[in-house]
Design a protein around this ligand. Structure first.
Ligand SMILES: [Zn+2]
Length: 254
């Protein structure tokens, strides 16, 4: 293959942070086709997980990840659509270790969120696949695992930004105040009498509405942090509503 057959990959601005610094400009980056590597492999080799790619176009025509380029040209890499369509049913997620704060926020919003702070990569993939949970991570190697059914790279270093990214990307259905933030179990209402032995006098005097986690037994009420959590919930509802209004997958009032 001579230099007239050069192959280039053009990444949208939103994916360039995955690339080596010298390739983050507007110019397409050269790829090195070897006659056996697929376009998907070349994109991954550039540093971009395929979970973040919605499609590829070669000189304007859609081509699959499995396409093996034989000549030159420019491949346009398109970002995954937002909101990203998921299989029917409530969205469910599995969070990589170190996402404890994000996990508590998603559970506060009623999003089915599995999280353990001590799981290795193979175990994460097994659980994500078995329970059809979208694996959320900042580990590109994990997203490249061949047998992972669905994963996503989470943008942001702080939990607020990470939550915003997940909500914009998937626009999941929210059911605030229905899940245990500690274990992801569903909450059920309980009377004050039922929890009297488990709460302090001050709480008993000032609170009337209680719920208990069906899985771990944790009792919940509107505590000192309630105003702050209400603000998180209100912001999340606005974010998902706006994301759904923008995106085609949700057309039809879902
Ligand atoms: Zn619980």
């Amino acid at each position: 293959m001579d230099k007239n057959d050069a192959l280039y990959l053009r990444f949208p601005a939103g994916l360039r942070f995955f690339l080596a610094p010298q390739h983050r400009g507007d110019a397409p980056m050269p790829a090195a086709p070897d006659g056996t590597s697929t376009l998907g492999h070349l994109v991954e080799a550039a540093g971009v997980p395929l979970t973040e790619v919605g499609g590829l176009r070669m000189d304007g025509e859609p081509v699959p990840f499995s396409h093996i380029p034989e000549g030159g040209g420019t491949v346009e890499v398109e970002p995954v659509g937002r909101p990203q369509a998921l299989p029917p049913g409530p969205a469910a997620f599995l969070l990589d270790v170190h996402f404890g704060s994000l996990a508590r926020r998603l559970r506060l919003l009623g999003v089915d969120t599995a999280y353990h702070n001590d799981m290795d990569d193979p175990a994460l993939v097994v659980q994500a696949n078995a329970e059809r949970r979208v694996l959320l991570t900042q580990d590109r190697g994990l997203l490249r695992r061949k047998n992972l059914w669905c994963g996503a790279y989470v943008r942001g270093t702080r939990a607020e930004a990470q939550l915003d990214d997940v909500l914009r990307r998937f626009a999941p259905g929210l059911a605030p105040w229905t899940r245990c933030t500690a274990c992801n179990g569903l909450l059920q209402p309980v009377t004050k009498d039922e929890v009297a032995a488990e709460i302090e006098d001050g709480t008993r005097r000032t609170q009337d509405v209680f719920a208990r986690c069906r899985d771990c037994g944790q009792v919940y009420w509107r505590g000192a942090h309630h105003a702050r959590l209400e603000a998180v919930v209100a912001e999340a509802l606005r974010t998902v509503s706006a994301a759904r209004a923008q995106g085609a997958p949700w057309r039809g009032g879902r």
